[in-house]
Design a protein around this ligand. Sequence first.
Ligand SMILES: O=C[C@H](O)COP(=O)(O)O
Length: 214
Amino acid sequence: MFVLVNLKAYPCDPVAVATAADDVATETGVRIAVAPQAAHLDRVAEIGVETWAQHVSPVEHGSHTGSTLAEAAADAGATGTLLNHSENRLRLADIDASLRAAERAGLETVVCANNPRQVGAATALEPDAVAVEPPELIGTGTPVSTADPGIVEGAVEAAAAVAPDVPVLCGAGISTGDDLLAARELGSEGVLLASGVAKADDPRAALADLVAGL
Ligand SMILES: O=C[C@H](O)COP(=O)(O)O
């Protein structure tokens, strides 16, 4: 299972979370990555933890003020990027262009989607993986893997119908080891989570609990 921890714009210490994630990944052998704010990519990458951008813009080098250039994210130490997160939706053409920008920069990609139909469409754009997240469960602490198992199973089927080799992650409300195991049972190959770690009093304990059953 791949555990991708999105720090969003939460007021956590990105270096402390990254250090905890790196420690737990090393101790358990579970693949854990951290996606901080773009301005914190280099500080997080210096820890040695797998570091992802939260987004890259659908642009190349040029006159694009305010953009997050894929090459700049890679230069800062990112090795992957989320795209089309529910809190940063893109138009179809921009998802495609951001995917190509990420490929150009050598970044692994996960495209987020709300539901199985969107998962199918996202899979057709040839990302490395897709992630299904029902927006109404994001940040609630109610895990998608038990609150809406059908959406995870539907996403796995929708992706497989387009490209059987594209893994599906799921996210929204995931915070415990039981949530993670339930996601795996449904065919998910990883989880995307945020508040369960970024808002935890003890991120290291939260991560250790998350992966303990794997
Ligand atoms: O990127 C992470 C997802 O939006 C899930 O967020 P959450 O774990 O706070 O529900």
